[in-house]
Design a protein around this ligand. Sequence first.
Ligand code: OAD
Ligand code: ZN
Length: 238
Amino acid sequence: MTKAIEALKKLVDGSDNMVFFGGAGVSTESGIPDFRSTNGLYHQEWKYPPEVILSHTFYKSNPEEFFRFYREKLLITGVRPNAAHEKLAQWEREGKLKAIVTQNIDGLHQAAGSSNVLELHGSVHRNYCEKCGKFYSFEDILHSEGVPHCTCGGQIKPDVVLYEEGLDQRIITSAVNAIANADLLIIGGTSLNVYPAAGLINYYRGNKLVLINKSAVARDLAANLVISDPIGETFSQL
Ligand code: OAD
Ligand code: ZN
């Protein structure tokens, strides 16, 4: 066990009020590419930049291309939670972890058994008719063709926060409360590039801040412990 893992273990063992704040890097060890790494989604060739395709304007003006990208890049099948998801679920069961605040839309924290998961950017597992509100599953969208439509004729929209769209205020409030009251905050697998999500960590008032990220993050963080190894590999040693 390295010194850093030992230090992390000590912090985790001593806490019964942890919060985890994460992003796409939490799921790369499950086989889902992140956005900003060199093999991430934003470095692949598409007709339009992914940030453009994943915007509200594009969804409205070019839904065919939006859903082509969405099905191919965001509806990833056959993925399983990795050691990071599993460890977080275990800490919640043990009463040590109070909330997971995630920017991920893949549902892997819930698949690992976590229940208090605050999904800032929504989920690919929820889709609603824009006209009558009827629910549709991940599989419904995966197996539909072109622009998916409801039995009532309305267009079905994934419950995913697109660029230009606001975040759910109730989720923001719960995330702020959890972070503000945490004694240990672990931030992992996120470049902290996307706001307002990244700004939520500013509500942390404690003095036990851990950052686990493979690459340096965009903003300066006064972290007490920084680990630059893969998060699943790291958590599996705890
Ligand atoms: P990014 O792709 O910006 O950042 C992921 C970070 O995780 C990178 O800094 C990687 O170095 C790191 N990383 C990758 N694999 C890792 C691993 N196994 N262990 C530790 N670190 C690892 O993803 P996010 O910060 O989540 O928004 O991006 C935020 C938002 O940008 C996403 O939610 C998405 C995107 O646009 C929407 O779709 C609304
Ligand atoms: Zn409908």
